[in-house]
Design a protein around this ligand. Sequence first.
Ligand code: THU
Length: 130
Amino acid sequence: MNIDYKLLMDNAKDASQNSYSPFSRFAVGAAVLASSGKIYKGCNVENSSFGMTICAERCAIFKAVSEGEREILAVAIYSPNSDSCYPCGACRQVMFEFQKDDEEVVVITENLGSLEVKPLSYFLPCGFRI
Ligand code: THU
């Protein structure tokens, strides 16, 4: 599938506006392109019990999977509070779970205004799968 990186990043930026991050004040938005062609948006949602916080990437992926998606093609990540916001280790592993067998998930970030596009294996070599 032809992936519109800018469109995905625009969706991630849009999602970051809904971030609930009163504790860290670090807003994050993510947008996931699923194999159906649909885009799912997510933001980080924090909690007074800090460990209950969910990252934007997992929020978006779980929204996609809960709507019936099983394969993701790309994830864009954006924070208005950081030059380039890379996915945390937990989110990398969750992306790997829903990576198609014959296609690598593409991870899109923005660094000083330009898009960085990298395969998931750059962030997570040798991901775990049963
Ligand atoms: N966060 C994300 O949403 N995604 C990332 O990739 C890194 C961290 C959130 C979690 C928490 O709400 C805040 O950023 C600070 O860690």
